[in-house]
Write a protein that binds this ligand. Sequence first.
Ligand code: ATP
Ligand code: MG
Length: 467
Amino acid sequence: MKRITYLLRRLPVIWKLMIGATLLIFLVFATYNFAQYLVLKQWMMKQEQDTLHTMMTQVQAYLNDKSDAAKTLMLPETKSYMRDILGKDQMIRMIDPKGKELLLVTNHFDPSWITPVPTAGKILKDVWHGEDHILVYRGPFALQAEHGTIEIAINLETFDHFNDTLLWVMVIGGFLAVCISALSGWAIAKQFLRPVKALAGTIQNVKQKGLQERVANIENRDEISELASLFNELMDQLEVSFRQQKQFVDDASHELRTPITILEGHLNLLNRWGKDNPAVLEESLTASLLEVRRLKGLVQGLLALTRAETSSLTDHIEYIQIDAFLAKIKSRVETLYPEFSFELTLEQKGSLVKINPLHLEQIVFIVIENAVKYSGDSKLINITSRVKQNEVYISVQDHGIGIPPAELQYVFDRFYRVDKARNREIEGTGLGLSIAKNLIEYYHGKIKMTSVENEGTRVTLTLPAAQ
Ligand code: ATP
Ligand code: MG
């Protein structure tokens, strides 16, 4: 038994479905047919018995009408009357109390099969003669002072033959039904499993050939096809993020290569001339330090960026009062950049946002640091906060060098720096704004930039207001 369950469990789904459907149909069909067969047989037997009963009543009534039964039985008209009511495969026989035959009519029936038995009451009996099934009905009639017996018999050959045929028809019908249900079960299961197979094949292909494989031909709109569609969407997303990851690594290594190459050049120079020439020594050391600082900035930026993408940002989320938060930031940047003046305007008081305070600080610092770096000769920076339609806006406005309109769309890209020649003396990695954008978008916020060259730049941060 255990082995059978084990084997059944290991069968492919298509076989399981087919066997299940076949068994079910077979059970239903067999039960129904068998019940029908029994009911029909019972009903037909009842019909035969009724026939016998009617005949008996008719014969008894015929004899009771006559005054002398013994004489009546001798008359030829009695015989012809009996022959009239007799059907095929039947016999009517009258016997006296000693079992002696008084009258006999038969129709395709051998009377020697039934031994005469005188009776006083009505008795119905099933008799077998070889293969033949015979129903015998005995009943009394008045014979002078005594009782004679009427014996009516029916050979049930036709009835049995019909029963056998019925049984065979049902068995063959059942067999056909089982075959048809097995076939259709198989066809349905096959149709049903086609998308599953396609899905499995695609997963196999992904394993072997790579992320670009997809499940093809999803025509049906059922749950399994939905699964295949979902799988395709998932693969699309995976492919995009995989490509982004690769791009990121390419960009990062490219950006890291420049300072490292410069550093290598200076070290070579130092190695060759620097030991004896203090001027070269001084210059190369300064330049190398500058590159090392650039490298450090790059690595820190890259770290911040990957952390923003991968770390669980939702830790330490708090409700932050924007007014107090900006006041604190203002006093910190004032100590950091004493030559600048920061003007803070709070258009509405008491607005709240829900965010990790370290992240909000990081975002605002990136923007203010840019305002400071790209301010040129102007030394004024305006910080404003506003609330509008459930959103909190923080904007930082400088009056510095600005950004050409054509380049504005790229400043949020990783490593992008406007006009590298112009920026050469201003240190930077081009990662600040992309870090800020990543972070704020995680909190369903936005970052926007408007700028006019040589007039200034305004960066606006938007975050959903917390209630
Ligand atoms: P860092 O990673 O050190 O911040 P960065 O400042 O160059 O380097 P981002 O902050 O991403 O990088 O800014 C990208 C570019 O956008 C800058 O290089 C600069 O050219 C331009 N930019 C950003 N903010 C301003 C601004 N307030 N005024 C003018 N140009 C700006
Ligand atoms: Mg910056």
